[in-house]
Design a protein around this ligand. Sequence first.
Ligand code: GRF
Length: 219
Amino acid sequence: MSLTETFSGASEMQGPIHLAVLLSGTGRTLQNLIDKIENGLLDAKIEVVVSSNAGAYGLQRAKKYGIPTVLVEKTKYKDVKGFSNEITTQLDKYNVDLVIMAGFNCLYRIPNKYMGRVMNIHPALIPSFSGKNYWGEKVHKAVIDSGVKVSGCTVHFADNTYDNGPIILQRVVPVVNGDTPESLAKRVFSEECQAYPEAIRLFQQGRLKIEGKKVSILP
Ligand code: GRF
């Protein structure tokens, strides 16, 4: 069953939205959400952080703030199915409205019950420079090498293909002469820090309607 067939639209929520965060790395995206919550810019509670990688610094960040953490190590599973089933088992233990992929470098096969409730952020303008092999610095290097004049970030609903689900919002940055992958990544990440909380707020307000590949933002 596809995301479109299963998604019926979230209604406006009362009180904080309950999030689960999936990550594999440094957890800067997690930190941004924590900061936005602490500064009163996002009415959310992070129920659990699930890491695919034992060495992820994101786990330490979560622990520092007393957020429960779970390790589901990708390398311990022989296939995507077993890995994904374990993630779902862990998510089911918590009260989760929305699952946030935050630097999560794995495919999570999303069960029907979570379809339309999993978001991802990609550091480029999907459908360009996206898909299985585009992550980390490689994305920004490919952008610079291509000669395009703009890049940006994309928040989208996840489906069962890398960087493929319906796009919620995008923010654009210029690519400038002399850019390095590091300088471009920094510029893009600063937009990510605005885009992801904005998408979460829209979901919380029940303002995201999926129709095929398109997401309408309701007034
Ligand atoms: C960001 O570039 C984001 O777009 C991608 O992962 C990076 C953040 O990872 N999905 P992290 O939060 O620093 O671990």
